[in-house]
Design a protein around this ligand. Structure first.
Ligand code: HEM
Length: 505
C-alpha cells in the first residue's frame, strides 16, 4: 500500500496516517459518485469520472431549440453491420455528458467575456451539434443481446403498455401513425441551437443516408422538434403555457444558479439524486457505466378545441366571465397561468400576495407546495401540474416518481392540414416507477378528477372539481368533464446505453 502512492490525501505524510483511517479515506468505488446522494458538484471530480461514459441530455438538457428524431429499423441479416455502425457512431458522433458540458462551458465563458468587454458574444463558431442514440427492447433483441437485466416494462415496449399495466388506457397501437406501428429498433436524436434548422437538416440527411447505405436500416420516420418562446423568452407549449419550469436538479451549481435568480427552495427543493435518472447499463462490463430509460411519445394537441373548452368552462364557472376569468379557468386545467404563475399561489397572473410578479422571473416560480390548499379550492386537485407532482411536504418517496422532462414542440404540415403537439420525452431510472406511475396512478386516477391535459380512459365519472370563489371550499363545483385535447400518435420506450457499451458492442 505504502509504495503504491497516490492514494494519500495531499499534504499528509505517510507516517502520521493510521492505516484504518487510510482505508476509510480511500475513495469508494473508484471515486465515482454515490448516485443515491443529493447535491454532487457538476464541476467536481466525482462527476467527471462518469460523465464521459454517459450520454448527454440525461442529467442536463442539451438546451438546443431544434431537433430531429430519426426512427429506424435495422434490416434482416445485418446484425454484424449494425453493430459496426453503432460502435463507429458512438466514437465519431455521439455527445457524452462530458462533451455536452465542455461545449456549454465554452459558450458560458464567451458570454461572460462579451459582457465584460461590452460586445455581442460570438456564439456562431461555438455552436455544436448534439447527438444521442437510443435503443428499444426490439432493437436489443435484433442485435441478439440479452434483455434479462432490463426492467420488465421496457422489455415489453410501449405498444404493450396496456397489457403490463391495467390503467394506462393508451390508444391501441393499431390506431397510431404507421411509423409507430412498425417494429422500431432505435432513435437517433440530433439537436442544434441556432435560429434556423439548415445545418441540422443537413446533418439529419447525412445520418439517414448512412443508415440507408448498403441497406443497413429502414428509416421509419423523422420527427422535427422546434422550441417556441413567449415574449418573456420562456419556452411555451402549444396551448400557450410556459413549460419546463419544474425539473429535478442534480447538481449543487444548479441550486446556486436558482438562488442567484432569486428562486428559493424552501417549500420545494428540486435537488434530487442522480439515480433518479441513471441506472447501471446492464450490458456494460464496466461497473461505472450508466444509462437511462427514455420515453418518447408523440402527443398531438388540439389547440383550437382546447381554447374553446376553456372559454366554455369559464362560462360554466363564472357569470359573464372576463378575459381574466378565462385565464383563471385555463389555470384550473394546467395548475399554472400561461406565464407560469402557480394557481395555488394566486388567482391572478399579475401578482402574488399583492406583490406584482416580475416578467423576468415569473416563468421560474417553483418554490411552492399545496399544503395550504389541501381541498383544492385554490388549485384544483386535478390540475395537470398538481396531478403529476403532488409536492407532498416531507414525502421523499413521492419524489421518486419525478423524471427529467426533455420534450419539445412540433408542428407538421400534411397537405393543407397543420398538426401541432409535443414530442414528449423523459429520462428516468425506471419507466414503471416514473413515467408510467405518473400517467397511470397520478394522471389517470379519477377519484380526485383525471388530469384534463394528459389523463386517459373514461372521464364520465372523473371527479374534476373547481372553486369559482378562490380559496373557498364551499364553492367547489363539478363541471362538464374536461378532456380529449391531447392524442397519443405513437411512441416507444428506449434505453440510452452507456458509451462503453456502444463503443464495444
Ligand atoms: C408540467 C404541459 C404532457 C408531466 C407541465 C407544465 C405544462 C405542461 C404547461 C407546467 C410547466 C412546469 O411546471 O414545468 C403539458 C402538455 C402535455 C404534457 C401540453 C401534452 C401535450 C405531460 C406528460 C407527463 C407530464 C405525458 C407525464 C406523464 C409533467 C410534470 C410536470 C409538468 C411532471 C411538472 C410538475 C411539477 O413539478 O410541478 N406540463 N404536459 N406532462 N408535466 Fe406536462
Amino acid at each position: 500500500i505504502i509504495s503504491s502512492g497516490g492514494i494519500y490525501p495531499k499534504g499528509q505524510s505517510i507516517i502520521n496516517i493510521n492505516p484504518f483511517e487510510l482505508a476509510n479515506q480511500q475513495p469508494k468505488d473508484n471515486g465515482a459518485p454515490d448516485l443515491s446522494q443529493k447535491g454532487i458538484s457538476y464541476n467536481g471530480s466525482a462527476f467527471q469520472r462518469i460523465a464521459s461514459e454517459i450520454q448527454g441530455n440525461i442529467v442536463k438538457s442539451h438546451g438546443r431549440d431544434h431537433s430531429s428524431h430519426i426512427l429506424f429499423r435495422f434490416n434482416p441479416q445485418k446484425q454484424e453491420d449494425a453493430k459496426a455502425f453503432i460502435s463507429e457512431f458512438a466514437v465519431t458522433k455521439l455527445t457524452s455528458a462530458w462533451k455536452q458540458k465542455q461545449d456549454s462551458d465554452k459558450i458560458t465563458t464567451e458570454k461572460k467575456l462579451a459582457t465584460q468587454e461590452n460586445r455581442n458574444p460570438k456564439l456562431e463558431a461555438l455552436q455544436t451539434m448534439f447527438i444521442s442514440l437510443l435503443l428499444s427492447a426490439e432493437g436489443y433483441q435484433y442485435l441478439n443481446l440479452d434483455l434479462a437485466g432490463f426492467e420488465q416494462d421496457f422489455r415489453s415496449g410501449m405498444k404493450n403498455a396496456n397489457l403490463s399495466s391495467t390503467q394506462m388506457f393508451d390508444r391501441p397501437a393499431q390506431s397510431w401513425e404507421t411509423t409507430y406501428q412498425n417494429e422500431i429498433h432505435g432513435m437517433i436524436l440530433v439537436a442544434w441551437g441556432a435560429e434556423d434548422r439548415t445545418k441540422l437538416d443537413i446533418e439529419t440527411d447525412n445520418i439517414t443516408a448512412r443508415l440507408r447505405k448498403n441497406n443497413l436500416a429502414s428509416v421509419l420516420g423523422i420527427e422535427k422538434g422546434d422550441g417556441q418562446k413567449n415574449a418573456n423568452g420562456d419556452h411555451v407549449e402549444h396551448f400557450g403555457y410556459v413549460d419546463g419550469i419544474s425539473q429535478p436538479k442534480f447538481f449543487n451549481e444548479e441550486l446556486s444558479e436558482l438562488k442567484e435568480q432569486g428562486v428559493d427552495t424552501l417549500r420545494w427543493n428540486p435537488l434530487m439524486p442522480l439515480d433518479l435518472v441513471l441506472t447501471r447499463d446492464p450490458l456494460s462490463e464496466n461497473l461505472f457505466s450508466y444509462g437511462s430509460y427514455f420515453v418518447f411519445r408523440k402527443l398531438q394537441q388540439h389547440t383550437q378545441a382546447f381554447r374553446e373548452a376553456v372559454i366554455k368552462l369559464a362560462g360554466e364557472l363564472f357569470t359573464n366571465p372576463t378575459s381574466d376569468d378565462m385565464d383563471w379557468a385555463g389555470a384550473m386545467i394546467v395548475g399554472r397561468f400561461k406565464n407560469g404563475v402557480p394557481l395555488t399561489l394566486s388567482n391572478s397572473n399579475k401578482e402574488i400576495d399583492g406583490i406584482a410578479v416580475r416578467n423576468e422571473t415569473v416563468g421560474k416560480i417553483n418554490d411552492f407546495d399545496y399544503s395550504r390548499d389541501a381541498d383544492g379550492s385554490r388549485c384544483p386537485l386535478h390540475a395537470h401540474v398538481r396531478k403529476t407532482n403532488p409536492r407532498t411536504a416531507g414525502n421523499e418517496q413521492e419524489k421518486r416518481h419525478m423524471m427529467a422532462r426533455r420534450g419539445i414542440s412540433y408542428k407538421q404540415q400534411t397537405g393543407r392540414q397543420t398538426e401541432v403537439g409535443l414530442l414528449f420525452m423523459s429520462f428516468q431510472s425506471s419507466i414503471f416507477q416514473q413515467f408510467q406511475h405518473q400517467q397511470e396512478v397520478f394522471a389517470n386516477d379519477h377519484t380526485q378528477g383525471k388530469d384534463p391535459v394528459i389523463g386517459q380512459g373514461d372521464f364520465e365519472n372523473s371527479n374534476q372539481r373547481y372553486a369559482p370563489v378562490y380559496g373557498n371550499k364551499a364553492s367547489l363545483v363539478s363541471a362538464k368533464p374536461f378532456h380529449g385535447f391531447v392524442t397519443l400518435k405513437g411512441g416507444e420506450y428506449f434505453f440510452a446505453p452507456s458509451m462503453q457499451f456502444l463503443r464495444s458492442i
